[in-house]
Design a protein around this ligand. Structure first.
Ligand code: COA
Length: 259
């Protein structure tokens, strides 16, 4: 499917989504949000897609935030609607049954940092910069940033970044646990591909169950241990669990079919 503001490609089960507004540092306007929503529907529904890389076009930015030009003149109700729509799309990314990795290739500010945090994990290029500069605009993060930043780096560090609007570099993001790896810009996508190539060989329903169970830690409406019991049990009803255990006992490589 073609998108107005995204470039997409599918290679060996890895679907790459590139936000493509480099002249605006890939700022998320309403069209980008709609396109991201539709691209995630494609991820959910296309059986050929096993995992996802999310990145930004150009050498400078992953995403420099929500498009500030769309904020002027908005009312309180419109502000709330904007946040709700963004949160819904980012929940769709976070709850995707297929792994989504952010390749942060430059500025990840405001909504860009929030977008990266909604992915299952992040890899940064050495020139990446992270921050929540909304207080500079008389705003706060609205796409889940106040919640996920605390989850990922702890309350004290998150509070400082939220209140000060300070940016951190890739090395600090690594030290904080915000990203899993920092690599040279030209190695960024290759690093993600090498990890996802390994993940894509695993049992897809079990990978999805890992995502759902780990996400349950942060969902106060469910008991994560109960989710784990249910997901563990469900695995016993899959072809892949039979294949995985049989292959181990037969000392051969498992061949999973995702059923
Ligand atoms: N919304 C809308 N447009 C944005 C944008 C955003 N969040 N971030 C960057 N842009 C646009 C700029 O307006 C500029 O457009 P123009 O060439 O038509 O004037 C273009 O992208 C390039 O940005 P510029 O500011 O010239 O680049 P820079 O290298 O001097 O600075 C940043 C880079 C990231 C420090 C700076 O763009 C910035 O502070 N952006 C806003 C970050 C922010 O507050 N994000 C949170 C939003 S809630």
């Amino acid at each position: 499917m073609a998108y107005q503001t995204l470039l997409t490609s599918l290679d060996q089960g890895i679907f790459t989504i590139t936000i493509n507004r480099p002249d605006k540092l890939n700022a998320i306007n309403q069209q980008v949000m709609t396109d991201l929503n539709n691209a995630m529907d494609e991820v959910y529904n296309n059986a050929d897609i096993k995992s996802v890389i999310l990145t930004g076009a150009g050498p400078k930015a992953f995403v420099a935030g929500a498009d500030i030009s769309e904020f002027a003149g908005a009312t309180v109700a419109e502000g709330m609607a904007l946040a709700k729509k963004g949160q819904d799309v980012f929940f769709k990314i976070e709850n995707s049954p297929k792994p989504v990795v952010a390749c942060v290739n430059g500025f990840a500010l405001g909504g860009g940092c929030e977008l990266a945090m909604s992915c299952h994990f992040r890899i940064a290029s050495s020139n990446a910069k992270f921050g929540q500069p909304e207080v500079n605009l008389g705003l706060i993060p609205g796409y889940g940033g106040t919640q996920r930043l605390v989850q990922l780096i702890g309350k004290g560090r998150a509070m400082e970044l939220l209140m000060s609007a300070s940016m951190i570099d890739a090395a600090t993001a690594l030290q904080y646990g915000l990203v899993n790896y920092v690599v040279a810009p030209e190695e960024l996508i290759a690093k993600a591909i090498s990890i996802l190539t390994v993940v894509n060989e695993k049992a897809p329903l079990a990978v999805a169950a890992c995502i759902m169970s780990a996400n349950a830690v942060f969902n106060e409406n469910v008991d994560g241990y109960s989710v784990e019991v249910a997901e563990f049990g469900k695995c016993f009803g899959t072809d892949d669990m039979k294949e995985g255990t049989t292959a181990f006992l037969e000392k051969r490589k498992a061949n999973f079919n995702g059923k």
